[in-house]
Design a protein around this ligand. Structure first.
Ligand SMILES: C[S@@+](CC[C@H](N)C(=O)[O-])C[C@H]1O[C@@H](n2cnc3c(N)ncnc32)[C@H](O)[C@@H]1O
Length: 266
């Protein structure tokens, strides 16, 4: 079978099962299975591909139809212009989190802040991006060892010198940071069923907090003695809860005009 026919079959299979961008995804799947770049895939429609590779492409398409995220298959996700390794142990970095990173970078560069903590780092995407675009020292922490292994891979491949720590929230820290940045788990257990089938494949520990946002409250209260500023990624329905804290400064909207970043000053 030639490559263009294989891609068309994968495309039709994805399209029939309502995958949103079947053309792009069929090319990404071919690129991944054949270990070639887009240019090669698009300029070699007559390339003969063997049955083994074709079956592999169809197997991946089946996983996609079950909602298994494409980034977990290709192990790649672009964030802040950098390519991060991801696997099923970490949240796939989201475009809206770039709002938080850009805001933190603005503060850090403006006030020449030096000591930054990325709490709940997951793949390390926030910490590594902040370090790449500032002169700050960045510590990245997470409760999950398997997430920290992913952060370590990214730190190594992106030649970053962030410092990784395994820690439950802020329990390991005693001394001062200028800014704590965090995209903590903030989905309520009662909202879980409303999530897309793709998101449901991501680790629950990365998604879910508790019905009363106690985890978020702990972060805010513990930050008091540890940092000048706390910047949190939030869900738009957390505004009232966050505004009740004395140290609350403001909420910034994301590019989709939704409440997305909460800033606290201590
Ligand atoms: C929403 S994900 C954020 C990942 C990454 N920072 C990003 O934005 O792509 C939340 C992360 O918090 C971590 N986490 C959950 N509970 C935690 C806790 N009690 N202490 C530290 N990290 C925690 C999870 O392991 C997960 O990696």
């Amino acid at each position: 079978m030639n490559l263009s026919i294989a891609i068309k079959k994968v495309h039709d299979y994805l399209a029939k099962n309502i995958v949103i961008n079947p053309m792009l995804e069929s090319i990404i799947i071919a690129r991944y299975v054949l270990k070639k770049d887009d240019m090669f895939i698009l300029s070699n429609p007559n390339l003969n591909i063997n049955l083994f590779d074709y079956k592999k492409m169809i197997k991946i398409a089946k996983k996609r139809i079950d909602g298994y995220p494409l980034s977990y298959i290709t192990h790649k996700k672009e964030f802040m212009g950098l390519e991060f390794y991801v696997n099923k142990n970490v949240l796939i970095p989201r475009p809206e989190t770039e709002n938080l990173v850009e805001h933190a970078i603005e503060y850090i560069n403006k006030y020449r802040f030096k000591n930054i903590l990325d709490l709940c780092t997951g793949s390390g995407s926030i910490a590594i991006s902040i370090q790449r675009f500032t002169n700050a020292n960045v510590i990245a922490s997470d409760i999950s060892y398997s997430a920290l292994r992913v952060a370590f891979i990214n730190k190594t491949f992106l030649k970053s010198n962030i410092f990784l720590i395994n820690c439950n929230l802020l329990n390991c820290f005693k001394s001062g940071f200028d800014v704590i940045v965090s995209n903590p788990p903030y989905i309520l257990p009662s909202e879980f069923e409303t999530l897309s089938k793709e998101v449901k494949h991501e680790p629950k520990i990365a998604l879910l907090c508790d019905e009363k946002y106690e985890l978020i409250e702990k972060i805010i209260k513990k930050s008091k003695n540890l940092t000048k500023y706390l910047m949190l990624e939030i869900s738009p329905n957390m505004r009232k809860f966050l505004e009740s804290f004395q140290e609350f400064l403001y909420i910034k909207k994301d590019y989709a005009n939704k409440d997305r970043i909460a800033v606290f000053k201590f």
